[in-house]
Write a protein that binds this ligand. Structure first.
Ligand code: ZN
Length: 321
């Protein structure tokens, strides 16, 4: 393996690992109480890692579309497949089978791709991971993307929408950052601005995660209405793709929203991230915490979630035809 391939692989694994984790910035907690979990209800499989069960389902459940739980702890009933090819999009990395989402998410990304197709040099969008057919934790990557309401959109402008399956496994997106994410590089264009802005302006969108330099650039370049900038949040990674999160579909009472971002355009916060990248703050030595008598059990998250940790309804989602 040559150095360049190794570097690419390392970069890609970082991209995947850095994508929209459970700690997704401000307001990680949901507003409503969490749903009761499966617990021991599921018998012997209760202690099986949920990713091994959800990661092997080939198709969505034959149920009506409904979200159970939250972005980083939940599952999806009645998931809809994003067609592998559309007039203004292609789904990428088909071998992962993560081109499934809530029908609202599928509608959102297809409409966004129609908008993107009007940008110079863009024939539409390359769509990365959404969710598994029935959501849930994944075998690799992503702590979130569990309920069909998250989607990764590639930064690479699609010039061809007739890529073969094999090409879609092998081509890489482009990075749009320099200086470790403090700034955009020359691959970032006004079209990126326009597409991210259109994604944020969709009323269904609650957050967009992108590297700090892109948010700062958008803050600098936006001369019109700035209210949409509130939804665009600086985060680690997210320079090969940006991450769109939509809110719980209306009337879906078993879906748990994340708290909204703080008021304002968030530009000062993004500039703070930028400054911290350029001049990393010195770490203060942390005093060793005194050992407590009873160690608090660490809450499982992401890929280590057991079936028992998921909302009770996820048992039926898994078992449904
Ligand atoms: Zn993501």
């Amino acid at each position: 393996m040559n150095v360049r391939i190794l570097a690419t692989l390392t970069a890609l694994s970082f991209v995947i690992a850095g994508c929209g984790g459970a700690r997704d910035i401000s307001g990680a907690k949901s507003q409503k109480a969490e749903l009761p979990t499966i617990g021991e209800l599921s018998g012997p499989v209760a202690n099986v890692q949920a990713r091994k069960l959800f990661g092997t389902k080939a198709a969505g459940s034959r149920q009506r579309a409904e979200v159970f739980g939250s972005y980083a702890r939940g599952c999806l009933a009645g998931g809809q497949e994003l067609a592998e090819n559309g007039p203004t999009w292609q789904a990428m990395r088909l071998s992962r089978n993560r081109n499934w989402g809530h029908p609202e998410m599928i509608d959102m990304v297809t409409k966004l791709s129609q908008f993107a197709a009007q940008q110079p040099g863009w024939n539409g969008l390359y769509i990365g991971d959404i969710s598994q057919p029935r959501g849930g934790p994944m075998l690799t990557g992503h702590a979130s993307h569990q309920v069909g309401l998250d989607a990764d959109i590639w930064m690479l402008p699609p010039t061809s929408l007739s890529l073969t399956r094999k090409q879609r496994e092998n081509i890489s997106s482009i990075s749009t950052r320099r200086a470790k994410g403090a700034y955009v590089n020359s691959s970032w264009t006004r079209s990126h601005h326009n597409i991210v802005k259109a994604a944020a302006k969709d009323p269904r969108t609650t957050r967009i995660l992108i590297f700090p330099g892109a948010k700062v650039q958008m803050c600098n370049d936006e001369k019109g209405d700035r209210s949409y900038l509130r939804k665009i949040r600086p985060w680690y990674g997210h320079h090969y793709h940006f991450h769109v999160r939509i809110g719980c579909p209306s009337g879906d009472n078993s879906c748990r929203n994340q708290n909204p971002p703080p008021p304002g355009d968030g530009c000062a916060e993004a500039r703070k991230w930028q400054a911290d990248i350029l001049n990393p703050p010195k770490r203060k030595p942390v005093a060793k915490p005194k050992p407590t008598k009873k160690p608090v059990p660490k809450r499982r998250s992401g890929r280590s979630l057991l079936l028992a940790d998921l909302p009770a309804q996820c048992k039926a989602v898994l078992e449904s035809r």
